[in-house]
Every structure is written in C-alpha cells, then in structure tokens.
Design a protein. Sequence first.
Length: 613
Amino acid sequence: KTPEGGEAAQDATELSGLFLEKPESVVAIAGKDMVFTAKVDSSSLQRKPTLKWLKGKWLDLGSKAGKHLQFKETYDRNTKVYTYEMKIVKVVPGDAGGYRCEASAKEKCDSCTFEVTVEDEGAQVNILEAFKRADAGEDEGELDFSALLKATKKKKKEEPKEEIDVWELLKSAHPSDYEKIAFKYGITDLRGMLKRLKKMKAVEPTKCDAFLRKLDSAYSVDKDKRIVLSVEVVDPNAQVKWLKNGQEIKQSAKYIFESVGNKRTLTINKCSLADDAAYECVVGEDKCFTEVFVKEPPVTITKLLDDYHVVVGERVEFEVEVSEEGAHVKWMKDDVELSRNESHKYRFKKDGKRHWLIINEATLEDIGTYHIFTNGGHSKGDLEVEEKQLEVLQSIADLTVRSAEQAMFKCEVSDEKVTGKWYKDGVEVHPSKRVKIAHIGRIHRLTIDDVKPEDAGDYTFIPDGYALSLSAKLNFLDPPKIHLDTTGNMVSQNTIIVVAGNKLRLDVEITGEPAPTVCWMKGDNAITATEGRIRVENRKDLSCFVIEGAERDDEGNYTITVTNPAGEDKATLHIKIVDVPDPPEAVKCMSVGEDTATITWEPPKFDGGAPIK
C-alpha cells in the first residue's frame, strides 16, 4: 500500500478480456503454410486497439514482416470486430516455440499464448497406417482411432518455460562468453555489471543472527517491470531499513515497504536503469546485501537497411535506427561477422539510436548482403557495385605548330587515379629529352619541345583498363621559301636575259609545310595558264615558269609569291629580251669624198636589248 502524502501511484492498465477468438496451439508440418487468427471486440473501446504478435518474451514479429511472415487486419463495421491474421509461409523448424498475442487499448489490455510445434513432413505420410486394425487385409482394414484417443488423454501439458536469470548465467559462465550473453539478453552496461560481480565475489559472507532468510546474492528485472526484495527476520517486531548504494530509501509510490509477521519486503515499481544498484537490508547491527540488475527489453530495428547500387570507388553508408540508445549491434556480410579490427576497410559509427556501417571506397569485392542484428531484431541490405564508367571531361584537340615551337596535347578524365599511355601512329610514345609525359590529378599531358617535321602525325591517349581512346592530329607548319638558282640565265641578281625567239624555262624550288600555294604575276596581271606559249607548271616542291619563243613584249618584271598558313615568301624577276635592233633613224649623207663619205643617223628606237655600237 501507499502511505498518505506519498507520490502518486504509477499508472496501471486494466486487464480485461478483449479477445473474442484466440489463436490456438498447433502442430505444423514443415514446408506448409499456417494461419493464426485473433478477433478483438472494440465495441467498448474509445479508440482502435493495437495488436502485437510476439515470439518468446520480447521478439516483436512485426519487424520481421516479409515473404516468410505476413500480417493482415480487417474490420467489420456492423459487429465492430477487428480480425487479425498472422500467416507463416512454408513453416521451418526455426518457427517452433512459444508465441504471444497482445491486444491493447488506452485503458485495457489482454494477451494470450500459444505454442507451435513443427514436425517433419515425412512423419505424416503413413499416419493412417498406425490406426489400421492388425487383423485386416492390406486394402480392406477398418480404421481404429482408439489409440489416438488414448494418446490424447495421456498427452501432458507442456511446462511453461523457465525465466532466465542473466545474473546467474554470468556468475557461472566462462569470461569468454560474457559478451555473447550480454548481447543475447540485452545487457547494455556489461562492464559495470562485471565490476560489481567482482566486488561481490570479494565480499565474504558474515553470520547474521537477526535474519532467518536473507536476500539472494543478486536479482535481475526487466525495465519498467516490478521487483520484490524479501527477507525473513527472527524478531517479528524488528524494524528494518532499506538502503540503495549506501543511502537510505524513503517510502514512496515507487518504493513500497511491507511488514507481515517475520517477513519484510521492498517493492520497487516500474524499474528504470537508475534502479540498477546495490541494496541492503539492515536490522540493528546486522545487514544482508544484494545486487539488482535492470535488463532492458530486446532492441528492435525501427528503420531498416536500404539497398545500395554504386560504382567502384564511391562511398557507402548503411544506416539503421534502433529502439534504444546505446544498443549493442552486430554487423555481418553474408555469413561473416565484420570485426571492428578491420578499420582499414569498414568504419562503424553510432549516434543515439542511429548506427552506420561505412565503406569509404567500394570495390567489386564488397558486393554482397549486409546484415545488422540486435538482440531483438534483424535487417539486411544488398550492395551492388559495378565498374566505374570513365567520363571524358576534356578531350585532346588537333594542333598546328611551326618548326621549333612547342606542341602540348592535354586531356582530362573523371577519375584522377586512372593512368594511361600515349601513342603516335599506333606506336607507344616514351619520354625523351624533347618529349615529356605528365599525369597530375585528372589531367594527362604530352609535351613535345622543338617540334620537327617528323613529329607530325596522329596521337592517341588510351586510359588503362578502359575501352576508350582519345585521338588528335599534330600538323607541322613550315613557312614557305623560294630558292632561286642564280646560275645559268641569271646574269645579275634577279635578272634573266633571253634571246628573242628562244624558250625560257625557269624552275624555282619551293619548300614549306603544308605545301605552299604559288602565284606568278607580270605587273598586276596573274599568270594562271597551264598551257600555251606562256604557262606555269607546278610539281612537288617545284614551280616552272615557261615562255615559248620569247618576244619583245615578254620583257618586264615578273613576281612569284608562295603562301601557306605559316606565312608567305615573294621574289621579283626581271626578264630582258635581246633581239636584232631596229634600223637607224634620220640617216643623212653629209659629204662625199674620193673614197669617203660622211653619213649621220639617229639611234633606233629599239636597240635590241643592248647598247648600239
């Protein structure tokens, strides 16, 4: 009871019969489907009831919904009855065990239990043979069910499963099994529990004359449940004190003291983690001690793992959220537990109720199914990793350079770790004094100093490990040049003398890359004819200027101009035609002697291309 002036009593939920129909215990055949049905009357409820299917004491099967476990809910408006179904698809031996169905509303709750036994399918094949009369023929015997009825009468009711005391398990367990037990039964402060275990083992029991029955060495209780600590004293009128971690406990709604005859009890209502402590019962000078361990309920997974599809090198973060902060979880890949010692590969992180498994740079070896386990839940996610597609951010471009200049091919790809090779006309390029190959981050360069004509060609960059190539052309530019032959007809620089009526053929050597364009001109008139008396004949690296039967009018200044993208060159030639001079003009006979005459004349207008003598 609660004394006057104490704190308000804890909230209680009324136990009532909500079920109209409860699921029944069954013997299931492995590989077959089983359906369990529960019906709840909501006519007297203010709001919709909540129903949970649980296996064992804590495992909420709602978190396991999927292909194997399926749940269904229907509502009849006329009768105000909710029907809940749980279907186990293709029963397996692991489905055997005790189940609980729990219905609750704001002010009422109800629960029921049922058992599932799983038998091998082969055990049921010839079941009718067991009930055939022994004296009947092979195909005509009557069936005798008396044996079945007798067996039913003799069948014993299964004993309820004994509650597990985690404290007793730890006391008797080998130290190597401590963590396994803690994970299975939801112990979050294993280190603190073991410290107290060591401390208790060191305390030697003392003889207490005041107690007929002392406290047990330890108790364990589930969080939010009630626990009763009880002793019996020799003197029925003796007063006792209860202490928690050495501090006296005052009676309240949470801590209730009772005294009946020789029995003294301390009831702790709605236990929290703060009640996880050492307790003493004191009678005069005598004391007895115990430890109370508060066990949290199984941790469920409230946010499941997602599947991931990434490319090689990307970051993966598997994230889940659990029902309790500080929960212990276990990560596995396929069937192998992931160790925290593998820090080079996996990183584990937690913040409150959220837990992460991080893979900084995924590889093809990371493909698989990843699992996370708590002591009351499980989730899994698939990781798919595919080869990374290389993206070309900047391709190489064609280059046109002049002689002795520098040529540089540059490309940029999406992955800075990708290496590659350079090729010229299909042959791999290797570094040399003039040729430099560089790889800085995502950029690849090929540099050629002092470019020469033989450097021209097709260049290709191929990234290692990828079916990809980048190509460009190097065009070599050489400025055009006219090479005049000053021998032969060339009597002085850029002057050519031709006797009238003769043929002039002037071969001019021309160089340049690409091949220059040639243009011949006389004054301002271009000479483009390739046939006829005056013509131009172009050959590789040579331009030929031809005059057939030179005439007086052919004399004059001629210009040859060669051009290409690198520039131009020009030369001027003077062609002089030599011919018979015209007759003298204004001829006069001034005097005639015995054997002489004096004649005067004017020089002819055309002197034949040379001074008149």
